[in-house]
Design a binder for this molecule. Structure first.
Ligand code: AMP
Length: 292
């Protein structure tokens, strides 16, 4: 596993890697969710590259850029046994040198949901992913369903800007009680941690109502909201049932639908989603050996 920090070293090592190359972009503090993407890339591709970069341009003012958890040595030790070929861990000035001023904006699909709560977030995501795709020239890039809107934004950007690659979306990996794994779960206090499964429970309640024959999206959204309201320490930011490609809110749930929500729990902001896809729920997977 070759670990490099500069753009020049990255390009030099990349040039020697046999194709197809799979890229897994991350912000580090790796968990089973990230590792599932890396394993999938390892299974699919001749070479695997991982980037570990806490991207400052996707954090708004007052967000958690400074306190975002970092553990580089631990991350590298988790990646080694999977058989990663190249890891890029640039300092911010390598990605955004002085004078940097170019950004990628994906318009419509960046606006609702996370985009409303975090107005510059997807401009930062699209910009850093575009740079990673230019630098690594991967044949496939791997993203998690956990960040559903991010997958929509990245897919749209890759199509619109003619990046010649396949965007692969992998299922959400969950703790035993259903909480989606996230680096930000480290912020949860021991008291908040059991409450955090309320996102999964709210999605499950909407699924049950749908299974009982409720197709009215407003009613299904209120089922999610009521479940969240059962936990007074968790405050709802949004609940949504939207078309999975356009992210337009739906009136009725008939075919494909993305059920998503964001919740604030103390100082921590959590998101989760389910993708309803041709009458089948993609619920993600419970990590082996995970504990509630
Ligand atoms: P992050 O480090 O949070 O930027 O995440 C890097 C990649 O891992 C993104 O594509 C995420 O969607 C994905 N990811 C994060 N958490 C999970 C999870 N629980 N299951 C699957 N993929 C995940």
């Amino acid at each position: 596993m070759i670990i490099v920090k500069s753009v020049a070293d990255l390009r030099r090592v990349r040039a020697e890697l046999p194709g197809p190359l799979g890229l897994v972009p991350t912000m580090g503090f790796l968990h089973e969710g990230h590792l599932s993407l890396v394993r999938r890339a390892r299974a699919d591709c001749a070479s695997v590259a991982v980037s570990i970069f806490v991207n400052p341009t996707q954090f708004g003012p007052g967000e958690d850029l400074e306190r975002y958890p970092r553990a580089l040595e631990r991350d590298l030790n988790l990646l080694r046994p999977i058989g990663v070929d190249l890891v890029w861990t640039p300092p911010p000035e390598e990605v955004y040198p002085s004078g940097y001023q170019t950004f990628v904006t994906v318009e419509q699909v960046s606006r609702p949901l996370e985009g409303k709560a975090r107005p510059i977030h997807f401009r930062g995501v699209a910009t850093v992913v575009a740079k990673l795709l230019n630098l690594f020239e991967p044949h496939r890039a791997y993203f998690g369903q956990k960040d559903a809107q991010q997958t929509v934004v990245v897919r749209r950007m890759a199509r619109d800007l003619d990046f010649p690659l396949e965007v692969v979306v992998c299922p959400t990996v969950r703790e035993a009680d259903g909480l989606a794994m996230s680096s930000r779960n480290a912020y949860l206090t021991p008291g908040e941690r059991p409450v955090a499964s309320v996102l999964y429970r709210a999605l499950g309640a909407a699924k049950e109502a749908l299974d009982r024959g409720e197709h009215d999206a407003d009613i299904l959204r209120s089922v999610m909201s009521r479940t969240l309201a059962d936990e007074p320490v968790a405050s709802e930011e949004y609940v949504s049932i939207a078309h999975p490609a356009t992210l337009d809110e739906l009136e009725t749930v008939e075919g494909e639908a993305l059920f998503s929500l964001a919740v604030r729990l103390g100082r921590t902001r959590l998101i989760d989603n389910f993708l309803l896809h041709e009458d089948e729920w993609s619920t993600g997977i419970i990590a082996e050996g995970s504990r509630a």
